[in-house]
Design a protein around this ligand. Structure first.
Ligand SMILES: NC(=O)c1ccc[n+]([C@@H]2O[C@H](COP(=O)([O-])OP(=O)(O)OC[C@H]3O[C@@H](n4cnc5c(N)ncnc54)[C@H](OP(=O)(O)O)[C@@H]3O)[C@@H](O)[C@H]2O)c1
Length: 354
């Protein structure tokens, strides 16, 4: 299939933010990671062509960091945009490109081919970061609903995770990826990975927004010299139906967020982005709307929140996880909490499954 978008040549927009002014975080390798990235998951609603166009447009307004994944089904289109961005004169080393290994590719023999597919689709010769998307090898079909379960679903089995991790380490040794990392992890799982990894995770991607601050895990990640990357930073208002439940709260309607947005004359989403960057995580807000993605980038270079506002936001945590992961459950009568080790141990005990 011929990619539809974009077709124009690359240039910086007159209203672009200077990428050199965007703050960055430093990985333990010394690499600089732009402190905001553009998300690329279309939530089963937005087409790959629109997202590829947004990647191109976002680079032209100053973004240099893009959060991709094989399962988003659009890397072949985004690759076309990246190629034009690079041909347009943006040096490769200015870009930070992440991709993720999907759950049905955890088997040792599948990891490197899956990585190579992403690399080829993205039209790159190396990635900056490759993550294991979820710690469960449990496939679910794109667009499935919340009741969907894989018949061969499994819990977290550390030995298996490390076999997958070793293949990621091999990719580093091969020079194909600069950093490797984890996603959707918990403290007990990360403790084991940190104990056994030869190459430690550089980043942990985790859900983070004002109503879901995960303070303990956030601190654990920082204390262990990983960079926290925060997904769904705006509270994912357009997330798929399978990720919605009645008890979910809405960050961008929180009175504290709305009040600060009014002071700054911005959309509440922008306040969420500012909070994230000032707190120390890297938010990766999704947007295909130029005004919004430009506003999110400007948010990190101007008009910081005050110390009092940061303090106020720290007090509106609702512990409201939105991306609960029900579809990854592995037996009957479980609840999504079982995926997140809420009692402090890996659920269930490993020996039951080994
Ligand atoms: N590792 C993982 O398992 C995982 C899980 C979930 C997500 N992610 C990553 O995180 C990214 C972001 O998360 P998300 O897509 O769930 O949600 P999100 O970034 O919290 O929210 C995106 C939504 O906010 C709107 N928006 C963005 N900026 C706005 C602004 N300034 N004003 C008003 N509305 C605004 C967007 O609409 P418009 O397009 O109209 O602007 C879009 O509907 C994903 O795209 C993906 O890359 C990773």
């Amino acid at each position: 299939m011929t990619p539809l978008a974009p077709t124009q040549s690359f240039s910086h927009a007159p209203d672009a933010v200077d990428p050199g002014k965007v703050p960055y975080r430093i990985a333990y390798t010394g690499a600089k990671i732009p402190a905001i990235g553009l998300g690329t998951f279309g939530s089963d609603r937005i087409s790959g062509e629109q997202i590829a166009e947004a990647v191109f447009g976002a680079a032209s307004v100053g973004y240099r960091h893009f959060d991709c994944a094989a399962v988003y089904g659009n890397e072949h289109l985004i690759g076309h945009s990246l190629q034009r961005i690079l041909e347009g004169g943006v040096p490769r080393e200015e870009l930070w490109i992440t991709s993720k290994l999907w759950n049905d590719k955890h088997a040792e023999e599948d990891v490197i081919p899956a990585f190579e597919r992403s690399l080829k689709d993205l039209k790159l010769d190396y990635l900056d970061l490759y993550l294991i998307h979820w710690p469960f090898p449990n496939y679910h079909a794109p667009g499935c609903d919340v009741t969907s379960r894989s018949p061969d679903a499994k819990p977290y089995i550390h030995e298996n995770y490390m076999k997958t991790w070793r293949k990621l380490e091999e990719l580093v040794a091969m020079g194909l990826v600069r950093h490797i990392g984890t996603s959707n992890m918990t403290i007990p799982k990360l403790r084991l990975v940190l104990r056994d990894a030869r190459i430690k995770p550089a980043c942990n991607e985790m859900e983070l927004h004002p109503h879901f601050q995960q303070s303990e895990l956030f601190q654990f990640v920082i204390d262990n010299d990983m960079v926290p990357i925060g997904f769904s930073p705006i509270g994912s208002p357009a997330r798929p139906d399978r990720d919605r439940s009645e008890s979910d709260t809405v960050d961008i309607e929180d009175p504290v967020i709305v009040k600060i947005a009014q002071r700054l004359d911005v959309h509440p989403a922008v306040v969420c982005v500012k909070w994230a960057v000032q707190r120390g995580q890297i938010p990766i807000p999704f947007s295909v709307n130029r005004r919004n993605y430009l506003g999110n980038l400007r948010a990190v270079v101007a008009d910081p929140l005050t110390a009092e506002e940061m303090e106020e936001i720290s007090r509106i945590d609702r512990n409201c996880r939105l991306i609960k992961g029900d579809v990854f459950l592995w037996k009957e009568n479980q609840t999504w909490e079982d995926l997140w080790d809420v009692k402090g141990d890996i659920t269930p005990q490993l020996h039951l499954y080994e």
